[in-house]
Write a protein that binds this ligand. Sequence first.
Ligand code: SF4
Length: 421
Amino acid sequence: MKSEGLTLEKQKVAANSTCSSSQTDDPVSAFTSLAGLGSQDQTSYGPGASFEVRPPSRAAMARQAPLPAEYRSLLPDEIDTRIAEARRRLGDRLVILGHHYQREEIIRHADLRGDSFKLSQLAAGRPDAEFIVFCGVHFMAESADILSGPDQQVILPNLAAGCSMADMANLDDVAACWDELARVCGPGTIPVTYMNSVADLKAFCGENGGVVCTSSNAPALVEWAMRQGERVLFFPDEHLGRNTAHRLGLGRSIVWDPRKPLGGNTVEELRQSQVVLWKGFCSVHERFTVEQIETARLEHPDITIVVHPECRREVVAAADMDGSTEFIIKVIEEAPAGSQFAVGTEINLVRRLQAEHPDKLIFCLDPIVCPCSTMYRVHPAFLCWALENLVEGRVVNRIAVDDSTRRWARVALDRMLDLGA
Ligand code: SF4
């Protein structure tokens, strides 16, 4: 089945049009325009967060109700006070997870901070917490639900907080690609999905001998997958897949565009391929360029360039280092005073690193600072609303993965953990 979504160029325009530097300066500026607080037609999981016409299958069922008027008019200090009071009343029944890309106004209320997989693991280590409030995006809350206990409930404060990259691969399109590869090349294609994917794609990997990977263990898991079969089908991030293939010396990579017959390839190209890369990207990390790196080196001759592997291949090649969010944090934390870093990742994290390491020069490679606009939909007013409902005994915005999907997704996640990656 072919996607009925927008063309890739239109997707890029749509993704970038949701990016505004004002989002990082004024937490309320995007309150009505982007946070899903303003009009009724912006309250679903949909365009902007997930600019595809057709959102991923399970997320399509999630609809964000309009935020009650009372919460829309609260001042930032009032929101802070009310969140603190709700946390006090919920005590150990509650754990709040804050992804590194969240704004400061959210992170200050988080019990635990990390990247998506680390947070899910940390949450699993808190079986006493009845409520896991995940200040991140939809696929992260799904992963937390898959990894948490049966008595724990996972809550996403704003259901409109999707991930534009995760939305670029849905089960129908991936299954169609899988069938086509089997028809043309025979069996032997191992599916590998990045953590940034919807739960039913993780389940697809579990059911079909594949695995989930993170940005830090992708090389080890693609290497494992290559030992299991003839080729790897890697989704949804083309760039992470290509950077990983390059690191492993796998030269025969092709791109699968779900909008084109045979993904835009010839039969011969498919048969020769080692890695089939899904045509997806992160709208934040795709913004970084080689020109930005050259400018940083010109202006700061002692600079170290560190970027996320969701950046394009040529950007990673031009950088000094690349690695996951946790890797970037570790490199900067362990560097001696006076070190200089230009960083290619999300701006809220870069600004936090600047604040926490005033003895080092740290700046974002992209001069037009752009936060992850989907993460940004978790406005503190939504967090306040979700917590106060919990205090009143009402669970709002629960993310619950169905049993079959959970079982197979867990297989793919456990395979990753069993491989020690
Ligand atoms: S930074 Fe990119 S991959 Fe991460 S949640 Fe935002 S859009 Fe998705």
